[in-house]
Write a protein that binds this ligand. Structure first.
Ligand code: F6P
Length: 323
């Protein structure tokens, strides 16, 4: 009987469970034995495996996180770690693997596929910074979670006539910041892709106050050249001149913990189904992603290490809308 392994790796993302469920149940439907790897590549190297039946993936779709667990595993970036992972797979008669995760996870998947393993990647990270897909599992829920917080911060900012710097995740990518900023009507958005100096941001806030606004929200990407901490330091040093009362809120991992919304559940289910199809067809070494609303595949070699440009037109529009 064909045995297929599935793992989740890197930062957890809401919707990963729906992808696991789809992979396991559709694999079982084809008569395969499905094996879950606990704790991502860390668990693979350690041989932490569990056979999964249909009931084992019941009642998980509505839950955030990943029931398989995940981990950061620097060893997977080394040839020694990759050989250990391959040895475990061969020892357990596993010749196909589905990797649900973001950039680092797909780099591991690519390395294993170069060693001849049948690997299919499923695009999943709240950062939406992965090439080969317009959208990754988890991004829309993370945006919703962040938006709820920003809406609340706006309430207190307005009562106190304050400026809030709200830092969102995203690694080196401004996707989350740009989308949270536009959807919350932020007065300024700071992203890594368009480096701004703190004085420019201060002037944007100042201009908002001049236009009669009682408060301002600045959404800052954690990967921006001047993140929330950097901006806050600068504003504190120039407090007397700038004159605004400032607070900082780093949303941090809160953004990853939401229950997946409908978009992520559907995306993850479609991606999981497509991953099983690819394995059945013997067409591995690819990432399953989304293009123009359709589920598509891209060779892992064309995904790993490739930049994913941010739609900066969105930021120009946001600036006009903040009037
Ligand atoms: O890649 C997802 C992400 O949440 C990034 O936005 C963030 O920089 C990173 O993971 C945080 O990683 P960790 O959970 O290991 O601290």
């Amino acid at each position: 009987m064909k045995r297929v392994a599935v793992l989740t790796s890197g930062g957890d993302a809401p919707g990963m469970n729906a992808a696991i469920r789809a992979v396991v149940r559709l694999g079982l439907d084809r008569g395969w034995e499905m094996v879950g790897v606990r704790r991502g590549y860390r668990g693979l190297i350690d041989g932490d495996l569990v056979v999964l039946g249909a009931r084992d993936v019941g009642g998980i779709m509505e839950r955030g996180g990943t029931v398989l667990g995940t981990a950061r595993c620097p060893e997977m970036a080394t040839p020694a770690g990759q050989m250990q992972a391959l040895a475990q797979l061969h020892e357990h008669d596993l010749h196909d693997l589905v990797v649900i995760g973001g950039e680092g996870s797909q780099a591991g998947a690519h390395a294993l596929s170069l060693h001849g393993l049948s690997v299919v990647g499923v695009a999943s990270t709240i950062d939406n910074d992965l090439a080969g897909t317009e959208l990754t599992i988890g991004a829309t829920t993370a945006i919703d979670v962040a938006l709820e917080s920003v809406d609340r911060l706006r309430v207190t900012a307005s009562s106190h006539r304050r400026v809030f710097l709200v830092e969102v995740m995203g690694r080196a990518c401004g996707y989350l910041a740009a989308h949270v900023g536009v959807a919350s009507g932020a007065e300024a958005i700071v992203v890594p892709e368009l480096p701004e100096d703190p004085e420019t941001v201060a002037m944007e806030i100042h201009a908002a106050c001049e236009r009669g606004k009682s408060h301002a929200i600045v959404v800052v990407a954690e990967g921006a050249r001047h993140n929330a901490e950097g901006l806050a330091q600068y504003f504190a040093q120039h407090q007397a001149r700038l004159g605004f009362d400032l607070r900082v809120c780093r949303l941090g991992h809160v953004q990853r913990g939401g229950a997946p919304g409908v978009t992520d559940r559907l995306l993850a289910t479609r991606f999981g189904a497509a991953a099983v199809e690819q394995i059945a067809r013997g067409d591995a070494g690819v990432l399953v992603g989304l293009r123009a609303g359709e589920v598509v595949t891209t060779a892992l070699r064309d995904v790993v290490g490739r930049p994913k440009p941010l739609d900066t037109a969105l930021l120009a529009m946001a600036r006009k809308l903040a009037q």
